[in-house]
Write a protein that binds this ligand. Sequence first.
Ligand code: SF4
Length: 167
Amino acid sequence: MSSMKKILVSACLLGYPVRYNGSGKRITHQILSQWFDEERLVPFCPEMAAGGTVPRPPAEIVGRDGRAVLDGQAEVMDKTGQNLTRLFVTAAGMAFEVVKKNQIRIAILSDGSPSCGSTFIHDGTFSGATKTGQGVVAAFLSKNGVAVFGESQIDAALKYFRALEHA
Ligand code: SF4
């Protein structure tokens, strides 16, 4: 296997139309472009991998955060009232399989998402309000030794990546 270090990235951040409403959330950053050209980026959408469809109703964590979901202390609900906790936990496990397969130690994930949120998530009221916390996938990866960054933290991700390269 190649020893080139890879980076997991939320597929929507590369423009894949996988968000609940069928949109992407493409971001532009010089280092992301460089990593893309170097074929270091591993795009992944956990919700779609676990069987989500496009479009799908928006979902939020009701209770504390993704870590609480993993501990059985909170749930993921969609706006229609369907309980999606199991799908989101499955999605987290699938993301971790990709991480293991590619020996990944760093992820850049789409902030605010009940799956990928790495610094904030929506507060479970479907009002647009947000709060500090991680989504289910971000929490699972963090718990298992992956450094998780949001799309506004790419400079910090680069610093971490360089430290990994020189470790
Ligand atoms: S935030 Fe994560 S789960 Fe949501 S669309 Fe993007 S990659 Fe998929």
